[in-house]
Ligand binder design. Structure first.
Ligand code: PHE
Length: 337
């Protein structure tokens, strides 16, 4: 029995010394209820009275040795695991951090936002309208009947015969006048579409900002005063504006509006092509037919409207020479704004 106990001790120790020894499995194998050492202790009844205490003591020693070895090995394993974790998860807090790439506004959004702020400051509200529009709102209600030559310059994309992608933001005028009674004071920025081939100054998709004011006693003087104020805020205090007669079917009288060149102050330079003036928008007094189409009595109310191209103003302000830069999403370009 003594030999059995000694053998149990040495094989247990051998197993414990092996790398990756399964400590729990070894504990069960030797010390568990059905373990080898337990089996020996059970057989002690057969021993003589003299042998029993001697073997009993030896068995206890062997049990204590195995238990101690298991505990020691468990502690070693835990220490090794901690050490590995410390090495694996070491952080050098002195290392420079990785700065997250920060987004920024697109140049078109910067200009649109600037213009919104200017008009909001003058008491305008922002109105929105659909980009997919009925022919009625894009043309007919704006005093552009079917087959009117003014449609040629605004050829767009048709979904059906009378549903199209809006070629201007002016249809928002009609939506607003259908839904609100004067006084009306709105701007409406948004996407518009025309079936133009893409080149340095044309894109089948671009953006406009529309403005509309309707109330009693609104005159061309109000339009001029308001546009002059907006132009000064947009292009600088020294900016002057100029009205040139023009024709839009939905305004009468109509004008194209220029600002004095903000690059040369009006002397003539590359930006204004030697003119001293730069065209920035179309405007005019809302045509009585348009008011009537929206059930607003032109005898009682009058109004003005204006519309400008956001790309055009963005390109002028930032000296961008090709409209395509604005749509290509090249960060080397976009990160300059
Ligand atoms: N909608 C016109 C265009 O796209 C611009 C405009 C708007 C003119 C409002 C007059 C009044 O050319």
């Amino acid at each position: 029995m003594r030999e059995t106990l000694e053998r149990i001790r040495s094989t247990a120790m051998e197993q414990l010394a092996a790398p990756n020894a399964d400590l729990e499995q070894i504990r069960i194998q030797y010390l568990g209820k059905k373990g080898e050492l337990t089996a020996v202790l059970r057989g002690m009844g057969k021993l003589s009275a003299e042998e029993r205490p001697v073997i009993g003591q030896l068995a206890n020693e062997v049990r204590a040795d195995i238990e101690a070895a298991i505990t020691a090995q468990a502690e070693k394993n835990a220490a090794a695991a901690l050490e590995k974790k410390l090495v694996d998860e070491r952080i050098d807090v002195t290392m420079p951090g990785v700065a997250p790439a920060r987004g920024r506004r697109h140049p078109l959004a910067i200009i649109q936002h600037e213009m919104e702020e200017i008009f909001i400051g003058m008491g305008f509200q922002i109105a929105e309208g659909p980009e997919v529009e009925y022919d009625y709102y894009n043309f007919q209600a704006l005093n552009i009947p079917e087959n009117h030559p003014a449609r040629d310059t605004q050829d767009t994309f048709y979904i059906t015969e009378n549903i199209l992608l809006r070629s201007q933001t002016s249809p928002v005028q009609v939506h607003v006048m259908e839904e609100q009674r004067p006084p009306i004071r709105i701007i409406s920025p948004g996407r518009v579409y025309r079936s133009d081939a893409m080149d340095a100054t044309h894109s089948p998709l671009f953006h406009q900002l529309e403005g509309l004011v309707v109330d009693r006693g609104i005159t061309m003087g109000d339009l001029k005063g308001m546009l002059e104020l907006a132009a000064k805020q947009m292009f600088g205090e020294q900016t002057r504006i100029r009205f040139r007669p023009h024709h839009f079917p939905f305004t009468e009288p109509s004008a194209e509006v220029d600002v004095s060149c903000f690059a040369c102050g009006g002397k003539g330079c590359r930006l204004c092509k030697g003119e001293g003036w730069i065209e920035i928008l179309g405007a005019g007094m809302v045509h009585p037919n348009v008011l009537r189409n929206c059930n607003i009595d032109p005898e009682e109310y009058s109004g003005f409207a204006f519309g400008m191209g956001i790309e055009r103003i963005t390109m002028l302000k930032y000296h961008i020479d090709d409209i395509r830069h604005l749509y290509e999403n090249d960060v080397r370009f976009l990160s300059q704004f």
